[in-house]
Design a protein around this ligand. Structure first.
Ligand SMILES: CC(=O)SCCNC(=O)CCNC(=O)[C@H](O)C(C)(C)COP(=O)(O)OP(=O)(O)OC[C@H]1O[C@@H](n2cnc3c(N)ncnc32)[C@H](O)[C@@H]1OP(=O)(O)O
Ligand SMILES: O=C([O-])CC(=O)C(=O)O
Length: 376
């Protein structure tokens, strides 16, 4: 075998390991979490139930759920030290940098951070799940010149998240759309950020380091950063009537159209119909048919022109916009959900670890030697 015969740029099509956490099936455009079709989970389960499922492999019984909810509600408050550090971060920093820094600080403050037992990692995962909403909500509020809103333990995860962000629990239709987005973003096998977390874990580094690295990977616009980028292109286009012309120019300039395409799904992202239904509800609720027209026109034009279909970030970007989130907070919302999948994968990697260390094919200078005239 030659050194280069096996190169698969971007690891396209390479199967790296087994996972029992989720199955992405591009043949059937389907996604299973621990065997359950995700549209069923999105229709019937709370985000807390899905988090428990991803971590434990089974849905919680009534008493397990009640213990889990109580533990999550008890850990929601933003630690004063985390708030103090967030307050030091300039407003010019991207909110993903704030989330990354906050997670790193939480890890550095956890005396048990180096303990990689499953019990300790489950505890750390629950801590992050419970505290990320406060981090994301507070960062958005301080950017708006608003004060921190402490959590309420009489609200479920989704209601409390929106309450901490906006100071009130919105209409049930809005809370439900938010819950659906959290369920859909939770897990997606070996995507770039999860794989990053697994690579870091494979060196036997700690959970917080793996999550911090995953946040960095998610930030990029080819991955989680696309939900925010979708809103930027909507703003650039302005109105439905301009969408076709805008697309033509963008494609001529060889721009990537954010929110379209996927490394695994080539005939549609399994999560889009569920999120689009929630977006439709929000469009009705806020009476924003202008936004729907832009959404539909760009999707139709992109499909006709390139045969490339939307991914989950396409409907979730405008959905978060309608809920009232700032565009720069969209990818942090993705973090708040994907913490469940990342940490499930970190624990799975540890259960059957092998250092992840692929090979490279060298294409630099042939061997050469220092001479009297070399700069050294
Ligand atoms: C939750 C998530 O992370 S989902 C992904 C979110 N990311 C985005 O929405 C960013 C926009 N999309 C993309 O950049 C890509 O579709 C990716 C990175 C997601 C997947 O890319 P890959 O699997 O590497 O596909 P690849 O880049 O090989 O695309 C094949 C062809 O389609 C084109 N293409 C793919 N997606 C797009 C797009 N969004 N806009 C324009 N052209 C595209 C490529 O330019 C390429 O064309 P070529 O063969 O003429 O060079
Ligand atoms: O699977 C991927 O490559 C990206 C994605 O959709 C996700 O992480 O949700």
């Amino acid at each position: 075998m030659s050194e280069t015969s096996e190169i698969r740029k971007g690891l396209t099509g390479v199967v790296v390991d087994y996972t029992a956490i989720s199955r992405v099936n591009p043949e059937t455009n389907s996604l299973l979490y621990r065997g359950y079709p995700v549209p069923e989970l999105a229709a019937h389960c709370s985000f807390e139930q899905v988090a428990y499922l991803l971590w434990h492999g089974e849905l919680p019984t009534a008493s397990e759920l009640s213990d889990f909810q109580a533990a999550e509600r008890a850990r929601r408050a933003l630690a004063p030290a985390v708030k103090a550090v967030i307050d030091l971060i300039p407003l010019t920093a991207h909110p993903m940098d704030v989330v990354r820094t906050a997670v790193s600080l939480i890890g550095a403050s956890d005396p048990d951070a180096e303990n990689s037992s499953r019990a300790s990692n489950l505890d750390a995962s629950l801590n992050l799940l419970a505290q990320l909403p406060a981090i994301v909500a507070y960062d958005q509020r301080r950017r708006r010149g608003q004060d921190l809103i402490p959590p309420r333990d009489d609200l479920d995860y989704s209601e409390n998240f929106l309450y901490m962000a906006f100071g009130e629990v919105p209409a049930p239709a809005v809370v439900d759309a938010f819950r659906v987005s959290m369920v859909l973003y939770a897990e997606h096998s070996f995507n770039a950020s999860t794989f990053t977390a697994r690579v870091i874990t494979s060196t036997l580094s700690d959970l917080y380091s793996a999550v911090t690295g995953a946040i960095g990977a998610l930030k990029g616009p080819l991955h989680g950063g696309a939900n925010e980028a979708v809103m930027h292109i909507f703003e650039e286009i302005g109105e439905a009537e301009r969408a076709e012309e805008w697309l033509e120019t963008a494609l001529t300039e060889k721009r990537k159209i954010m929110g379209f395409g996927h490394r695994v799904y080539k005939s549609g992202d399994s999560r889009v119909p569920t999120m689009k239904a929630s977006l439709d509800t929000l469009i009705e609720h806020y009476d924003r048919h202008d936004l729907l027209a832009l959404y539909d026109t760009l999707e139709t034009a992109m499909t006709e022109r390139k045969r490339i279909l939307p991914n989950l970030d396409y409907p979730s970007g405008p959905a978060y916009h309608l809920m009232g989130f700032d565009t720069a907070a969209f990818t942090p919302l993705f973090v708040a959900s994907r913490i469940t999948g990342w940490t499930a994968h970190i624990m799975e990697q540890l259960e059957s670890n092998a250092l992840i260390r692929p090979l490279s094919a060298y294409n630099g200078e042939d061997e050469r030697h220092l001479t009297a005239s070399s700069p050294a």
